[in-house]
Design a binder for this molecule. Structure first.
Ligand SMILES: [Zn+2]
Length: 184
């Protein structure tokens, strides 16, 4: 398979999600969920939700499924299907959507046992996910450059010392001034 998501593949993914759902471990809620994810090379992985007496340890079917693929060395995925015995097609939780965004899932297939299927691009369900790249932390080197330019720390200063005493005094004075203005 070349990773193209067509009707046959969607049907196969929903089938695999339903089969995986049978293994759901749900002593707490009784809500069995099954999922299937397709990696960009066409590999399919199935998974189910796994609950625990300690609620924080419970894991969604979508996440279990993603983790199976990721732990098998996959890093890019085309589509994920999820199914449960719900009135409407099952919608993944926000945490699982974020996990899907991290690993490039494009298409989300939501289904129930009545045969209802809803297909949506991930970007439509979690529209700001693609902007999350903007949240990547600036490299430490850049931070130091910024601080150096703000407080005139010369290039020839000791590399291990970010701010010398004079610059530190100035930075503290700036902070005090800011505090003083705030009180006015
Ligand atoms: Zn989830």
């Amino acid at each position: 398979m070349d990773g193209t998501v067509n009707e046959d593949i969607i049907a196969a993914m929903v089938r695999m999600a339903k089969e995986s759902r049978r293994n759901a471990y749900t002593p707490q809620t009784g809500v069995a969920v099954g999922a299937c994810v397709m990696a960009s090379d066409g590999s399919l992985y199935g998974g189910c939700n796994i609950e625990n007496m300690s609620p924080a340890l419970s894991c969604c079917a979508e996440s279990v499924t993603m983790y199976k693929g990721i732990s098998d060395g996959k890093r890019d995925f085309d589509a994920l299907a999820v199914v449960a015995d719900t009135e409407e097609p099952f919608v993944p939780c926000g945490a699982c959507l974020q996990l899907m965004a991290e690993f490039g899932v494009d298409t989300v297939v939501m289904a129930n046992l009545n045969g209802d299927v809803k297909i949506k691009p991930l970007a439509e369900i979690i529209p700001c996910a693609s902007d999350m790249l903007a949240n990547r932390v600036v490299k430490r080197d850049d931070d130091e450059q910024l601080l150096m330019s703000l407080y005139d720390v010369g290039e020839d200063d000791d590399d291990d010392v970010l701010l010398d005493n004079e610059s530190l005094d100035k930075a503290l004075a700036d902070l005090e001034n800011m505090g003083g203005k705030k009180e006015e």
